[in-house]
Design a protein around this ligand. Structure first.
Ligand code: C2O
Length: 580
């Protein structure tokens, strides 16, 4: 079983993997990936500089070979069967204590702040479910009744009024996010920093963060039924009140207001779930924006994320370099809504547009409520393998949070797999995007036969050794994307739409997904300019199906840099196709 899973993942290594120095510095060019026996030829149209570079060896990694097998096993969906003997390779990321907290790395222009939590005065306790608590219903922020808004407002008033040294104080709560994002913490038994973005830790860590935040607010109110609202930006329904604008509670109630928001994005401006980081050109009509948003949701949550690793992000184990790659949901809509909300006039798009300050805006917790809700929704969608990872290095990852009684609590990912266990659920608001399949751009089908004609470079892609399995997902991997942690880099990916440019809609069947970096100062290993490399993985089986090219020997991949970073070259190591 383990061997079978490994060979299916291992057998498709592109030649770029073997010769990473292939120089592909191109303005706009096509590269053909040749297939030994006809599995897939990839022709690539690149509209940015592509420099094949030696992938910097990730420091801090040990037992590489074994770990890689482990990674591949879990991606293949057969994790339970491929786990090694107990203890042999157990390697979950853990925050062991908060006493080693060091000053956060902040971006240029940021006002200095100490993001470290106050030291714990009593020993760490292990999390236990509190079965005496009432179930809490998280409701959409735009539908809150006046009495609910008043309660919400009062809760934040109380939280903001706590003493500066109280870990439950609002500013301390905001700093928790900063500490976990901007290199304040080191992992237990390792010199590596702990980073909870750009990997499979993203969803569970934020679920826990909101859990404790909500419990603290409830405790301050003396009301255990208090539930955080969620910002239902994925709901494109017209009418009043609108779900997909900044909800009025965050604009009218002093404790919920944040002055560092993009002033061009106040209501009635609709949220742009595929925001490029720049407002240029005319504002699209609302109907267009709604269709774009639905299409983005469809691609990221339905079509392009049909396996656990595509949705949750890449494995990140103790000692690994940070940021192996976020899942579809983390890139967009998560990252795009952050950047859309933050102030374009602030040096780093504070507050929401950069990680160290994002949680200073109370809307952060409603934004992440919606992300958390989409985790629940994703597991109910048809098609693919939509379940939580079963890898014990994910399940046993451990974090520390202060609870409503100011006790420091150790939590594990495995205790946060359902919201019901944690005592809350989400009001159903429908998910219209789940059936918003975009249509095909006329002529796209014809590109297949032209694609390989003028390709300058031939690179071989390994043959798949097994019978094709319908459950298997074809994954386009854009390897070693090099980004500056401080910049709001974004590029979109299209298949068989070589004419795509920054004006091309995402509401087309050729749209395959997006890469988004929410700026942060995240990796001391990144070296000058805080560079990091990461892989973008996009599930493309459904897209190829829709385009009628599932068995085609050629596909054209076009990368379109967008927004503020579009004039900078985006560098990456290469492409490959994998099956998982
Ligand atoms: Cu921890 Cu939305 O970021």
């Amino acid at each position: 079983m383990a061997a079978a899973t490994n060979s299916s993942s291992n057998s498709l290594l592109s030649a770029l993997d073997r010769d990473p120095r292939t120089d592909l510095r191109l303005g706009r060019a096509r590269i053909q990936f040749g297939g030994r026996s006809g599995k897939r030829l990839c022709t690539t149209t690149i509209k940015c500089v592509h420099e094949g570079e030696e992938h910097a060896r990730r420091s801090g990694r040990t037992s590489d070979v074994n770990r890689r097998e482990f990674v591949l096993g879990s991606i293949g969906g057969g994790a339970a069967a491929t786990l090694p003997a107990a203890g042999a390779l157990a390697n979950p990321v853990e925050l062991g204590s908060i006493s080693s907290c060091s000053p956060a790395e902040l971006p240029p222009g940021a006002t200095p702040v100490n993001c470290c939590p106050p030291p714990n005065s009593s020993p760490i306790v292990d999390f236990q479910y509190n079965t005496r608590l009432p179930q809490r219903l998280r409701r959409p922020a735009h539908l809150l009744r006046p009495d609910e808004i008043a309660r919400y407002n009062r809760a934040y008033q109380l939280m903001r009024a706590l003493p500066a040294s109280d870990p439950r104080r609002f500013s301390q709560q905001a700093n928790v996010h900063c500490a976990y994002c901007n290199d304040s913490f080191r992992q237990a038994n390792s010199r590596s920093e702990l980073q909870i973005h750009d990997s499979w830790l993203f969803l569970p860590w934020h679920r826990w963060y909101l859990y404790f935040h909500e419990r603290i607010l409830g405790k301050l109110l003396g009301d255990d039924t208090f539930a955080l609202p969620f910002w239902n930006w994925d709901n494109q329904a017209a009418g009043s009140p609108l779900a997909n604008v900044i909800p009025s509670a965050y604009l009218n109630q002093a404790p919920l207001i944040d002055s560092l928001r993009n002033q061009q994005h106040l209501p009635p401006r609709l949220v742009d779930l595929n925001y490029s980081g720049q407002d240029s050109g005319p504002i699209p009509p609302d109907s267009t924006q709604r269709a774009e948003n639905n299409a983005l949701m469809f691609q990221q949550i339905v079509s392009g994320s049909r396996t656990p690793s595509l949705f949750f992000g890449q494995a990140y184990r103790a000692g690994d370099a940070n940021a192996p790659g976020g899942g579809t949901i983390e890139n967009a809509p998560h990252g795009t809504v952050h950047v859309w909300t933050g102030s374009a006039a602030a040096p780093n798009r504070e507050d929401m547009g950069t990680l160290y300050s994002a949680a200073r805006d109370p809307i952060f917790f409603a934004h992440h409520g919606n992300i958390d809700r989409l985790w629940v929704v994703w597991k109910t969608l048809p098609g693919g393998r939509r379940r939580d990872p079963t890898d014990t290095d994910w399940l046993d990852a451990k974090f520390l949070f202060y609870d409503e009684n100011s006790r420091l609590v150790r939590v594990r990912v495995r205790d946060a797999l359902t919201t019901e266990q944690l005592g809350y659920s989400y009001q159903d608001t429908g998910n219209a995007w789940a059936s918003a399949r975009p249509t095909i751009v006329a002529g796209a089908r014809n590109l297949v036969s032209n694609a390989a004609v003028d390709s300058p470079a031939k690179l071989r892609i390994g043959k798949k050794e097994e019978e094709e399995d319908d459950e298997e997902e074809e994954v386009l991997v854009i390897q070693g994307v090099e980004i500056d942690c401080d910049r709001a880099t974004k590029f979109d990916v299209y298949i068989n739409l070589p004419g795509a440019d920054e004006n091309t809609s995402c509401n087309v069947a050729e749209y395959a997904g997006t890469f988004v970096n929410v700026p942060h100062f995240g990796d001391r290993r990144g070296g000058p300019g805080h560079m990091r490399t990461t892989d973008l993985r996009l599930g493309i089986s459904d897209t190829l199906d829709q385009l009628g090219i599932k068995d085609a020997r050629n596909i054209v991949v076009t990368l379109v840099p967008r927004g503020v970073g579009r004039l900078d070259p985006i560098k990456f190591k290469g492409f490959k196709i994998e099956y998982e």
